[in-house]
Ligand binder design. Structure first.
Ligand code: NAP
Length: 435
């Protein structure tokens, strides 16, 4: 029996599905000892700090993660940071394979004038703020204007817009960060406008997310029916329209036709609107757009512009992987070939392929990379693993410590009628885990 040591860096969906693929690949001849290393004192990555609080069903995948973590060949080393507490070189030397599942957490920039004004935020900051990520608690979010603009036509834009546009009492029974709930309840924002630079046929939303919008109880949702009709006609040119696209356009048509409740909370989706400038005196006051059009399948800019008065802008236009010593970032992801970076170092998830796909996408993707790793494995190293690398006294949150934190948050949640109340302070999380 050959037993290989595997280090997985990053305890998000890609990390857990990588661990699961190794567990599933064990046979009588080959087994794996998996150490999962995580920077935060809490695991689950985007399932904890990315998924919208009003989408609790998506978070049930954490049950799968906990099942993986309960396997005897799995150890969690949370509150351990790559590049600070351990180096990539050390991990490479100690483990038979190292898998970087570190995600993509840096928000992409529009690169237009005014982007750095106060209250022009990236979803990469705003989303972890409302999800109680310890590093984003102190982000300045001003919700005192009546209108917010969200740039981008993807599911993150949709999450952000919904969070701003729904009646915050609808979040009372969710695990939204307490500080965000207080702010959202004081919010003056009543109109949220999502702006996509291309047409409805190019939107990156997925149909289930669009279909959720008309179900909002206290918010009217608007889409220009003519834009959807024109997009459907364009999409139909050349015959068969692809299934996902057809579903998207049908879901958008339903929104356009859906009767409005006449409530004061509004969410609008505007297409063919390309931001060119954010204006304001120190703080966001207006966003200027060029009107785009689709001609012969090409999106082109017209000479026409329009402006939206808004006190908050959130860009949700994608993410880049964060750089650290030992990896090269190219086009927002770690430079790799089919998940292989170099020597015994590999990558999975958004760090590998860029910020695309839903949580489940990571399952097959991680499994393919694990197959490749196993193909490349030779003889197991004789080494100690991570324990020799950490300074003595380092406060590691292992699986048991995490279970304490988890139980404490769930108990606080039960009292408050929520799935959990998330602790936002790093030190407090560590204290709870190690108490
Ligand atoms: P995304 O799906 O790639 O959407 C990014 C949007 O930003 C696109 O509409 C894109 O338009 C636009 N954009 C990019 N650069 C721009 C620019 N310079 N100016 C204006 N618009 C620009 O990314 P995402 O929304 O961040 O989502 C990332 C992944 O997570 C996706 O796979 C998504 O489905 C997934 N996700 C899923 C859920 C869920 O299942 N509920 C929730 C959140 C996220 P172009 O197409 O014109 O480039």
């Amino acid at each position: 029996m050959r037993k290989f040591k595997i280090a997985i860096v990053g305890a998000g969906p890609a990390g857990y599905f990588t661990a699961q693929a190794f567990q599933n690949a064990q046979t009588e001849e080959i087994s794996f000892a998996i150490d999962m290393i995580e920077r935060l004192p809490t695991p689950w990555g985007l399932v904890r700090s990315g998924v919208a609080p009003d989408h609790p069903k998506i978070k049930t995948v954490s049950k799968v993660f906990e099942k993986i973590a309960k396997e005897p060949n799995f150890r969690l080393f949370a509150n351990v940071e790559l590049g600070k507490d351990v180096s990539l070189k050390d991990l490479r030397d100690q483990y038979d394979a190292v898998v970087l599942s570190t995600g993509a957490s840096k928000g992409r920039k529009l690169g237009i004038p005014g982007e750095d004004l106060a209250n022009s935020l990236s979803a990469a900051d705003f989303v972890p703020w409302y999800n109680a990520h310890p590093d984003y608690v102190n982000i300045e979010v001003d919700l005192s204007s009546d209108t917010a603009v969200v740039i981008g036509a993807g599911n993150v834009a949709m999450d952000v817009a919904r969070m701003l546009a729904i009646d915050p009492t609808e979040l009372d029974q969710t695990d939204v960060a307490e500080h965000a709930l207080v702010k959202l309840k004081q919010s003056s924002i009543r109109t949220v406008i999502i702006c996509g630079r291309r047409g409805p046929e190019h939107a990156a939303f997925t149909a289930p997310e669009i279909r959720d919008l008309p179900k909002l109880e206290n918010t009217d949702v608007y889409i220009n029916g003519n834009q959807i009709k024109a997009a459907t006609e364009r999409a139909n040119i050349g015959g068969q329209i692809e299934k996902d696209l057809r579903n998207n356009l049908e879901a958008m048509k339903l929104i356009a036709e859906h009767s409005k409740k006449g409530v004061d909370r509004k969410l609008e989706i505007k297409f063919l609107s390309m931001p060119i400038e954010i204006k304001g005196n120190k703080k966001v006051e207006e966003v200027v757009f060029t009107i785009n059009k689709v001609e012969d399948g090409e999106v082109i800019s017209t000479n026409e512009t329009f402006a939206i008065k808004a006190g908050l802008v959130i860009t949700a236009i994608g993410y880049d992987a964060v750089e650290y010593l030992g990896v090269i970032i190219e086009n927002g992801r770690i430079n790799n070939i089919a998940g292989h970076i170099e020597h015994n170092v590999y990558t999975t998830g958004w760090a590998k392929r860029g910020p695309t796909g839903v949580i489940g996408t990571n399952k097959s993707d991680s499994s393919d990379v694990v197959d490749l790793i196993i193909e490349n494995l030779k003889e197991p190293k004789i080494s100690e693993g991570i324990t020799t690398l950490l300074k003595s006294g380092h406060e590691v949150i292992d699986q048991l410590a995490w279970e304490k934190i988890n139980a404490s948050e769930v108990i606080s949640g039960e009292i408050a009628g929520k799935p959990r109340v998330k602790e936002v302070k790093r030190e407090k999380l560590i204290n709870i885990g190690l108490s």
